[in-house]
Design a protein around this ligand. Structure first.
Ligand SMILES: [Zn+2]
Ligand SMILES: [Zn+2]
Length: 319
């Protein structure tokens, strides 16, 4: 039964979701002002981005950002360098991380914002996830080899010189070899469930990831929910479970969402009493869905995840 965990109240709200709630939001005239100077999701070459943490911060500042969260995959090693660069150019850095999670055999990404990067359970949990990445990479390479694609492990590691190995490094290898022309296509044809290059791997549990983030003083955010290939009942159950475990927000505006998805996830956030986050998920030129500094406003009716962050309130007033 797919709907286990949902209350009758939520089930009753299902039908209302696409209908009654659409006018409810569109009639809300309290549109949020422009917060395009806040970007709460980005990657350096400590994970699978192209720029060093310092270069990333400088790039952000050059594109008009005042607040940036560095959220490398399963690693916080770039935060010190990023903070030095941020202090030097007057940008406010939020300590972040993007944790790989397995939830009901799906991989999800949970962003932690305002974490303490030295909190021991977080440090140890991330270390264990990173160790698992090598195993997964070998499995992915074997899967690609079965599909006739040779040398992908070495090819992917060439791109992961500094950081940890990820699907993006395999994607770059596949593009380099002419198997696809760009990121969106390479992920559609390879590296996802049911396609060559996919390898099932067990990441952290949702419960562990949220406990590391929350107990280190951070805010847990579901990253790019529109990228998870799940039906509506599963999405609703995820939101419910996430909230029950102490999750606070979902990314409503993110580089990989369509405008329709901004609206869809704004409604879902409202329905579950979750706050809204925004971030480009910038990885570097040619690897990103969106350049920095171009985030559109959160849809009306959203409660921004930063609303009670005192330091950000100051940055807003300057805007
Ligand atoms: Zn992600
Ligand atoms: Zn990301």
């Amino acid at each position: 039964m797919l709907l286990i965990g949902l209350t009758a109240e939520h089930l009753a709200m299902l039908d209302a979701w696409y209908f009654a709630m659409i006018p409810a939001l569109s009639q809300d005239s309290t549109a949020l002002t422009n917060y395009s100077h806040i970007d709460l999701h980005s990657h350096s070459n400590v994970s699978d981005g192209l720029l060093t943490p310092a270069e990333l911060v400088q790039h952000a500042a050059a594109h008009g950002l005042k607040v940036l969260a560095l959220t490398d995959h399963d690693d916080v090693a770039g935060l010190d360098e990023a903070r030095q660069a941020a202090d030097a150019c007057g940008l406010q850095l939020i300590n972040g991380v993007e944790i790989s999670v397995t939830w009901r055999r799906r991989t999800l990404h949970i962003v932690g914002l305002g974490i303490d990067p030295e909190y021991p359970p977080l440090v140890e949990g991330l270390r264990q996830i990173r160790a698992g990445r090598r195993t997964r990479a070998e499995g992915m390479a074997a899967s690609l080899q079965k599909a006739g694609i040779e040398g992908s492990l070495e090819g992917a590691y060439r791109y992961a010189r500094k950081g940890i190995i990820s699907r993006t490094h395999f994607a770059r290898f596949l593009i380099e070899q002419g198997y696809a022309s760009e990121m969106r296509k390479v992920f559609k044809r390879y590296l996802v469930k049911g396609k060559p290059g996919y390898f099932e791997h067990h990441w952290a549990s949702l419960e562990d990831a949220l406990s590391w983030i929350i107990n280190s003083g951070g805010t847990a955010v579901i990253a790019h929910p529109g990228r998870y290939d799940m039906g509506r009942p599963s999405m609703l159950e995820l939101m419910e479970e996430f909230r029950a475990l102490g999750g606070k927000a979902i990314e409503v505006v993110t580089g990989s969402h369509t405008e329709a998805q901004y609206q869809e996830f704004a409604r879902l956030a409202k329905m579950f009493g979750l706050q809204a986050s925004q971030g480009s998920d910038y990885h570097g030129q040619g690897l990103s869905y969106m350049e920095m500094g171009r985030l559109p406003s959160l849809p009306a009716g959203c409660v921004p995840v930063w609303q009670n962050w005192p330091a950000l309130a100051a940055a807003q007033e300057q805007n």
